[in-house]
Design a protein around this ligand. Structure first.
Ligand code: MV4
Length: 447
């Protein structure tokens, strides 16, 4: 595996190209019109335009991407995250063209993409799942199951995920109507009306475990990330480790995540997401079959380059580490700097970055493509940079992140920097005792 096409843009494309270069691999960038002079295009060995700016005509354009891959004689494709990263059809097409898809098998992607199938597989693998059901057939069955499980319950689209296609039902009277709506929303959004039910876990934390597997059946976990600071299912700030996890809980969640990966013959890097309730019980939520935005906080406390590990696994190498080799040191926090306007409901605020002066100094990492004079395009997601810090402990990491955020100068567009300063200064966050309700409460107070 020597020539890798990166089928993505922005900070993750830059991140993958950097890892390829450290492994002596040649890199092929693809870009849409408007992305010509962005950093990932400049750093790659070769560059190809794959279409107009709208993602559907470029970064989601399978035909153009694979045509470039064959023309440029790539032998592997890295999908990054988003776009085609969890598209089993794309992974199958890569394999059929003799290209290495840098990710798990299409079967693993498919298994985890269907949430009811994933639940079945997890239950069979001894991974705790939320008390719930398979696809519901009719209102009568739903009422019987809800009576058994106990209200409140959550209706979820089998083809949903990431918060899409979920409906909270507090009492029996609204169940059948809610089921109808959930089914039609599932049909409309995903072309799949199947809906299942789970007991509603009150104010959970979102704690996810990073797993790493090779093509030879070896699987390790690299600890957890707490991603509970979210707004409308969009993560904003992540930290590793999770402030409330005990070593015993970490071991049990890690072992469950490894079982989850083995259940689908996973290879490469993946993330098993859990809901953690106030009693310290954890439940499987979803498995993400890609490298994630927040992977740097795990890299900071383990010293492992996750993208290089992904490339080496895809190249067929055996894992170089065992679970005993993995140690966690210190604390890491990541803040996503989005071009969004907190004064206007965090609506994306594309526009000209008149000035960008990023932070620096000891243990501060900036992964991103924000630059002075750069026009943030309206076609893609609004993240322009990630600031990641490491500290000996959580207190130092918080102080360092505050210093880094205050040091960052952005003129021309509104960003989430002021919100991050509010979050890390809030009592709940500093106490470490917060849940997915933290941001909603903070924004309520602000009103
Ligand atoms: C839940 C839940 C409570 N109970 N499932 C949201 C995104 C998707 N990954 C699943 N999510 C949830 N599923 C049950 N049975 C609460 C959420 C949830 C949530 C989960 C993680 C992080 C942030 C969240 C925000 C709102 C709801």
């Amino acid at each position: 595996m020597t020539r890798v096409l990166i089928a993505n843009r922005g900070e993750i494309a830059l991140r993958v190209i950097r890892a390829c270069r450290e492994l002596g691999m040649e890199t092929i960038a693809v870009y849409a019109q408007g992305d010509e002079d962005t950093p990932h295009v400049a750093l790659a060995d070769e560059q190809y335009c794959i279409g107009p700016a709208p993602a559907g005509l470029s970064y989601l354009n399978v035909q153009n991407i694979l045509t470039v891959a064959l023309e440029a004689k790539a032998d592997a494709i890295h999908p990054g995250y988003g776009f085609l990263a969890e598209n089993p059809g794309f992974a199958k097409l890569c394999h059929s063209l003799g290209l290495v898809f840098i990710g798990p098998s299409p079967e693993a992607i498919e298994a985890m993409g269907n949430k009811t199938r994933a639940r079945e597989l997890m239950e069979a693998a001894g991974v705790p799942v939320v008390p719930g059901t398979g696809p519901l057939t009719d209102g009568a069955e739903a009422e019987a199951m809800a009576a058994e499980i106990g209200y409140p319950i959550m209706l979820k689209a089998a083809a949903g995920g990431g918060g899409k296609g979920m409906r909270l039902v507090e009492e029996q009277e609204s169940l059948s109507r809610a089921l109808e709506i959930a089914r039609s929303e599932g049909e409309a959004a995903f072309g799949d009306a199947r809906v299942y039910m789970e007991k509603y876990i009150q104010c959970p934390r979102h704690v996810e475990i990073q797993v790493l597997a090779d093509n030879h059946g070896n699987v390790v976990h690299l600890g957890e990330r707490d991603c509970s600071v979210q707004r409308r299912h969009q993560k904003l700030l992540e930290e590793a480790p999770c402030p409330v996890l005990t070593p015993d809980l970490r071991a049990r969640m890690g072992e469950a995540a490894v079982r989850a990966a083995k259940a689908v013959n996973y290879s490469g890097v993946g993330t098993v997401e859990f809901l953690l309730d106030k009693e310290g019980k954890f439940y499987f939520m979803e498995m993400n079959t890609r490298i994630q935005v927040e992977h740097p906080v795990t890299e900071m406390i383990t010293g492992i380059d996750l993208v290089k590990a992904q490339l080496q696994a895809a190249a067929g190498e055996q894992l170089a580490i065992t679970q005993e080799d993995i140690e966690f040191r210190g604390w890491a926090i990541e803040c996503r700097i989005n071009a969004e306007d907190p004064q206007r409901g965090f609506r994306p605020a594309p526009g000209l970055i008149q000035e960008w002066q990023g932070p620096g100094g000891p243990w501060v990492r900036v992964d991103g493509v924000a630059r002075s004079g750069w026009q943030v395009p309206p076609h893609y997601d609004s993240m322009i940079a990630k600031i990641i810090v490491w500290g000996q402990d959580r207190e130092e990491a918080i102080a360092r992140m505050k210093r880094a955020l205050l040091e960052t100068r952005v003129e021309g567009i509104p960003t989430t920097i002021p919100l991050h300063l509010e979050i890390i200064a809030s009592k709940d966050f500093i106490s470490g005792n917060y849940s997915t309700a933290l941001l909603g409460r903070l924004l309520e107070k602000g009103r």
